[in-house]
Each structure stands twice: as C-alpha cells, then as structure tokens.
Design a protein around this ligand. Structure first.
Ligand code: NAD
Length: 494
C-alpha cells in the first residue's frame, strides 16, 4: 500500500450499485435510489437502490430456492472449501481497491481500514473455509439396540444485518460461518456504508458461489431490514448494530416465525488503569488509540477511562497529549490517525453528548468540537472529558464517537463497581503489574472480552460477543459456527 496507489483509486468515479438477487444485479422494484454521501467531503459519491419490501422478499425467495435445491449445502465440504478459499484470495487481490472504496464510503482512516476491512475479511473467510471440512457429527452413548446420531445441519436462510463502522470485517464474521455451513444468506448492509461489502459479495460469485446463495439488498433499515426480520421464510437473523434496533429485531421475530436472533450490540467499555500498571506511558498511548482510532466508531472502544485517583491528573495529561498528537484529517492520507465521522447525523450526536457532559459537570480538557469545516466533510477533534460521574449520561450511554469520559476510583472494589454500573458488557481492560489483581478483575468485570495490559487487538480464533445488553451471541472462532447450525438427532432402532 502506498500513497500514489491510494490517490489513483480515490479519483475513480464510483458507478451506481444494484442489488444482488439470485446472481443478478437488479435495481429496486420501483426504480428508487438513494444517494451515498462521502464523509470525506459531504458530496454524493454514488447511488444504491433504495430497496422495497418486494425486493427483500425476492431475495429471500432466491435464497430459499438455493437452499432447498441444495446447490451449495449439497456440495462436498471440500468443494465448498475451495470456493471460499478462492473468495478469500479475490478479496486479497482486490484489497486496496476495496479498502479505498470503503473509506470513501465510511470514513475510517486507511491505515486501519486496509487491515481491518479487506485484510480481516479475507482472513475470516479463510479461517471458516479451513474449518468447514473438519466438523463432525456425533454418535451418542445409547444402549446397543439403537444408534443415536447427532447430525449438524445448516439452519437454512440466514438474514444478516450489518452496521457501518466495519462493513467488510463484520460482514465476514457472519458470512464466513454461515456459508461454510451450507446456509443461504440475504445480506442487508448499512445505509451509510454498503459499497465495499456489496463488492465483496460480487467477488463471492466470481469465486464460484452458486447464484442465489448470497444475495444483497440495500435500502432503509425500517423498510428492507424490517421485511427481512419479519419474514416467515428466514430461519435465523444475525445482527450487529445498536441496542434499539436489536430490541426491534427480537420483537419482529416474536411477531413472525420466532426465528433465532443473534445480536452484537453496543458497549461502554471500561479501561481501568491502576497506579501499578507496568508502563503508564504505554497505557496512556494505548488508551488514546483504544478510543480514538476510527474516530471512536468501534464497538469495543474503551470509552470509559477509570483511573486510580493517585495517578489521575498525570495520567489524564498523558492521554491528552497522545490524543492531541493524533492527526485528524483526510482518511485516505496514510499519515492520518483519525479519519472522518461516518455521517452528519452521527457528528451532531457526538457533539450533543459533549454538551450534555458539560451540563452534567464534566470538563472538556481537549477537543469537543467539529474541525476541518473547509473540507465539507465530518471531522471531530478527539475529546477528553474529566469529572464524569458514574451515573452521568456520558458514563451510561454509548456515543460511538471520539469522546473519552474519565472517572477516578480509589480501590479495586470501587473500580469493579463503576465498571459494572452500565447496562452494557462488551469489552474492557485492566492495567496492573499484579497478576492476581489482573485475574480478579477479569473475573469480576462483567464483559465478553477483557484485555490485560493492552487494549483491542484479537484475531479470528477468539470469540467476540457481549453479555447483558451488549448482545447474546458470538462472532468469530469455531463457536460462531453454532449459530448457523442445527443439531438433528437420528434415533435408529437396530
Ligand atoms: P443501527 O442499529 O442504526 O443499524 C444497524 C443496521 O440495522 C443497519 O443496516 C440498519 O439499516 C439496520 N436497521 C435499522 N433499523 C432497522 C429496523 N427497524 N429493522 C431492521 N434493520 C434495521 O446501528 P449502526 O449505527 O449502523 O451501528 C452502530 C452500532 O453498532 C453501535 O451501537 C455499535 O456499538 C454497534 N456495533 C457492535 C459491534 C459488536 O460486535 N458488538 C460491532 C460493531 C458495531
């Protein structure tokens, strides 16, 4: 990846996109389109279909037909593996093109997007491709006159609803295990970041995935997303996004066919710094990166900084220094550390949280405002707010932007109490040199992921999932395969 290649790709005009239904590129049934605005300059980048419920139903019907005639599920695992490996190769071969397209659509800084989007997506698809022919059924320990077999079957048609922050990475977390197990999928990308994921789906067909097995429909969440979630012909729904939408999806399931619903939701993750951290300068740097990369638009972002009172002021000064050293700007510049906010609405939401935090007694020590107005894009300075009380809005609600709230604590018990005092439970971290304390904190802080003396960074081998209102399932690792599998018992009298 070099700046010249990025600059060449950024200048290319992006042709309007179409749905992918039954292997064919298809416009909306009523011809409607929606503009895709680039967060880099606020200008129209291209258009995608503004889909209708009829479009979604056509995609579901295509997925169902593909599943029922077993054009994918019926292939030998080795054959499915070959297609998925080829797909991973194609994603890698087109990595820079996909990364730049995605950045123009969602604003993530390219240095991160290149690895986190095509890089991670290809790795995830390859991981599940390699796993799929190593999954066995079981024979139950029954009495000798029967054979109790436990078979693992695909669930059928899977609906996947994806957010805007890392569309390819999160898309691959769903598509990898779903397709590996032989399911058919209908994918509904986010309104504000669909382009790279749609291109990635087209590459699956180029790799040899049969038509109808993977379908993509764009449009409004409350139109096509709702039609997908309310369908009587979708067997499982997998979702990453906000808690509000997740709650609706559960209702839609209850009102329709009680399809399985797996939710990966938001977080308000505590990053807990003890005075005995092995390297406080490193902790401060990582704390800044852990909230400000991708402008805070990361589900596991360490958005609450809990600092032991004895080091509070010095540590905040160090975090602030690191925040101010992170260059905000053109996400397609390799030197940029913090890219754009995904949309104007999200930017306004972020600024609203800063205002509320101040009204509730917080002090903004750096940032707090929109910057780079002259670009026409959506940029915000990394923001550190101190004096954030555990019950305040900034401590309780997910911003999903570059806003860090700092709260001091005195004892281990107090740190645990504050860490657990939200509805969320996605991620967290503890920084300490005391091994026992580290283990105790891992046990006591109620999250799906705890880091020790680091923040962020994981690979396909470990699960990611929240507890409490951060979700109810796991992406990544072999455990994710369970979401896309039915267990069937064959009870055979001998
Ligand atoms: P969102 O809930 O607004 O949208 C997510 C998706 O749901 C979009 O595709 C949207 O079109 C669709 N949608 C919206 N309304 C719908 C409806 N009524 N029916 C069906 N679908 C509907 O979330 P977002 O703003 O795109 O993403 C940000 C959120 O995602 C944050 O809360 C973040 O923490 C969370 N997230 C979680 C993880 C994780 O792994 N836990 C990862 C990334 C992001």
């Amino acid at each position: 990846m070099d700046q010249n290649s990025i600059d060449a790709l950024r200048a290319i005009s992006v042709a309007p996109k179409l749905h992918l239904i039954d292997g064919k590129l298809t416009p909306a049934s009523d011809g409607a389109v929606m503009d895709i605005l680039s967060p880099l300059d606020g200008k129209v980048l291209t258009q995608v279909p503004c889909g209708t419920a009829a479009d979604m139903n056509a995609a579901i019907a295509a997925a169902r037909a593909a599943f029922e005639d077993r054009r994918w599920a019926g292939q030998a695992p080795a054959a499915r593996k070959k297609v998925m490996l080829k797909w991973a190769e194609l994603i890698e071969a087109n990595a820079l093109e996909l990364a730049v397209l995605g950045v123009r659509d969602n604003g993530t800084e390219i240095s991160m997007a290149y690895k986190a989007e095509p890089g991670s997506a290809a790795g995830t698809i390859r991981y599940y491709a390699e796993a799929l022919d190593k999954i066995y059924g079981e024979v139950a320990p029954t009495s000798g006159d029967v054979l109790g077999m436990i078979l693992k079957e695909p669930v059928g048609v899977v609906g996947a609803i994806i957010p805007w922050n890392f569309p390819m990475m999160i898309g691959a977390w769903k598509l990898g295990p779903a397709l590996a197990m032989g399911n058919s999928v209908v994918l509904k990308p986010s309104e504000t970041a669909s382009l790279s994921l749609m291109r990635m789906a087209e590459l699956a067909l180029e790799a040899g995935l049969p038509p109808g097995v993977l379908n993509t429909v764009t449009g409004r969440g409350d139109v096509v997303g709702e039609a997908l979630a309310l369908s009587m012909d979708v067997d499982a729904l997998v979702f990453t996004g906000s808690g509000g939408t997740g709650r609706r999806l559960m209702e839609y399931s209850a009102r329709s066919n009680m399809k399985r619903v797996y939710l990966e939701l938001g977080g308000k993750s505590p990053n807990i710094i003890f005075a005995d951290a092995p390297d406080l300068a490193e902790a401060a740097k990582v704390a800044a990166f852990g909230i400000f990369r991708n402008a805070g638009q990361v589900c596991v972002a360490g958005s609450r900084l809990l600092v032991e009172r004895s080091i509070h002021d010095d540590f905040v000064a160090e975090v602030t220094m690191n925040a101010e050293a992170m260059r905000v700007g053109d996400p397609l510049d390799l030197g940029t550390a913090i890219g754009a906010i995904n949309s104007e609405d999200q930017l306004a939401r972020n600024l609203g949280f800063v205002e509320t935090a101040q009204a509730e007694g917080g002090q903004v020590v750096t940032g707090g405002a929109q910057i780079l107005h002259e670009t026409g894009g959506y940029f915000m300075a990394p923001t550190v707010v101190t004096g954030v009380t555990p019950d305040s809005t900034l401590a309780q609600k997910e911003v999903f932007g570059p806003v860090l709230g700092v709260t001091p604590f005195g004892t281990d018990d107090e740190a645990v109490r504050i860490a657990n005092a939200t509805d969320y439970g996605l991620a967290g971290a503890v920084w300490t040199s005391d091994l026992s304390r580290a283990h105790r904190m891992v046990q006591r802080v109620r999250t799906g992921v705890m880091h020790v003396n680091t923040y962020g960074g994981a690979d396909a081998t470990v699960p990611l999932g929240g507890v409490r209102q951060s979700g109810n399932g796991h992406d990544k690792s072999l455990h994710a395969i369970e979401k896309y599998t039915n267990l069937k018992t064959a009870w055979i009298k001998l």
